[in-house]
Design a protein around this ligand. Structure first.
Ligand SMILES: [Fe+2]
Ligand SMILES: [Fe+2]
Length: 384
């Protein structure tokens, strides 16, 4: 299928897992595309080893294999899952995107750490609540969806699975409750209770990193982003995209806290003592911003370009590719309002928004409608 790409790419073929690992040890590769059922080592095991030994190599499964148990193992280690028969263009674009994302993160150390992450840690209290609830005989999928939706790591993991090509959806699902009911109670129980979907995530440092605050801020930003999209009469799907982008916009902060333990406190200290913005302080401490890290993570996990771009640019929406008001702008305003809900005018100095960009996009005059929509949103309850 990729024969035509031999001019642009160096392609090596391996007859099985052992051979692939041997080749990976000999020279650097950007991407591994693996089948699932192979003699000797299966695809899930191969990709697990690639993840551990070569975290910078993107991991893609291309398989027509439908043994759901094996597929569920692969969800834990592959970044993307393509189903055979696969369109040549889709395969080509998936590989190109993986290579493009690799080059976007300036810090090799952070890119290695983030590339090796198969998942992010859920809040322990939410994880416990989910496990206890899944084991109760009266469990319903609606309530499972609600629990999943209150945690960033769970939301990301479930949406990554549902939107993988394995399920072949026509349009991506961005609502976690819909994703949960699509997968069904049995599948979620198998993933969580048998395959430990949220169980083997890396440990997040406690020093200087407030997981509860991030969760509250993210859910509130999601709700505000949805309200802003609704006030612009966006379609229902676009409103759900805005909610998802809002919920995920700061996920890079969680990934950074894991990638470089101790950095959260250092970044916080820089922000306070040198009056730096968060992205400035992050560049000074880890040479990567949470926007870049979040976009890299979600990009490698197959999230849509518009969500990835809005996460990348939520602190500088003027750089968005369209140059116009869009998802990045909505999230930009939503995160600022979430931090300062008391701001009554757009000129409030506490409200950290790019007013020139809003004026140039012709939306600055919408502030009263945004504010009215936002005032109707109650802050999510604090975490357990
Ligand atoms: Fe942010
Ligand atoms: Fe934020």
């Amino acid at each position: 299928m990729l024969h035509g790409m031999r001019q642009q790419w160096d392609i090596a073929l391996a007859g099985g897992g052992e051979q692939a690992l041997a080749r990976l040890g000999e020279e650097p590769f950007d991407v591994v595309v693996s089948d699932m059922k192979m003699p000797g080592m299966n695809g899930a095991e191969l990709l697990r080893q690639v993840k551990n030994r070569h975290p910078r190599v993107a991991r893609i499964v291309l398989s027509g294999h439908a043994d759901s148990d094996l597929v569920m193992q692969a969800f834990g280690v592959a970044q993307q899952y393509l189903a055979k028969p696969c369109d040549r263009i889709v395969l080509q674009q998936t590989i190109e995107r993986a290579i493009m994302l690799k080059t976007r993160l300036g810090s090799e150390e952070i890119a290695r750490a983030v590339g090796g992450m198969a998942g992010l840690p859920a809040l322990p209290a939410v994880y416990q609540e989910l496990v206890t609830y899944l084991k109760s005989p009266a469990a319903t999928i609606d309530h499972v969806g609600e629990i999943l939706g209150t945690d960033l790591a769970m939301t990301t993991a479930i949406l990554k699975i549902v939107n993988s090509a394995y399920f072949g959806l026509q349009r991506p699902i961005s609502r976690i409750e819909r994703a949960a009911s699509f997968l069904g109670l049995d599948t979620i129980m198998t993933l969580v209770l048998e395959h430990g979907l949220f169980n083997d995530a890396p440990v997040v440092e406690q020093d200087g990193f407030d997981h509860h605050r991030l969760r509250r801020h993210s859910l509130l930003t999601g709700s505000i982003a949805r309200a802003i999209a609704a006030s612009h009469d966006e379609t229902h799907d676009a409103q759900e995209d805005a909610f998802l982008a809002g919920v995920l916009h700061d996920i890079g902060q969680l990934a950074l806290a894991i990638a470089r333990p101790g950095s959260s406190a250092e970044i916080q200290e820089m922000m306070t003592s040198r009056r730096m913005s968060r992205p400035e302080a992050e560049m000074a401490v880890v040479q990567a911003t949470h926007g870049e890290v979040g976009a890299y993570l979600l990009g490698t996990w197959g999230f849509s370009d518009s969500v990835v771009e809005s996460v990348l640019l939520h602190h500088e929406p003027a750089r968005a590719s369209s140059g116009e008001w869009g998802l990045a702008g909505i999230v930009h305003v939503a995160t600022a309002v979430a931090d300062h809900p008391q701001a009554s005018v757009l000129e409030d100095p506490l409200l950290d928004v790019d007013r020139d960009y809003l004026a140039a996009s012709g939306v600055a005059s919408r502030w009263p409608q945004w504010r009215e929509a936002c005032l109707r949103i109650a802050e999510p309850e604090s975490a357990p």
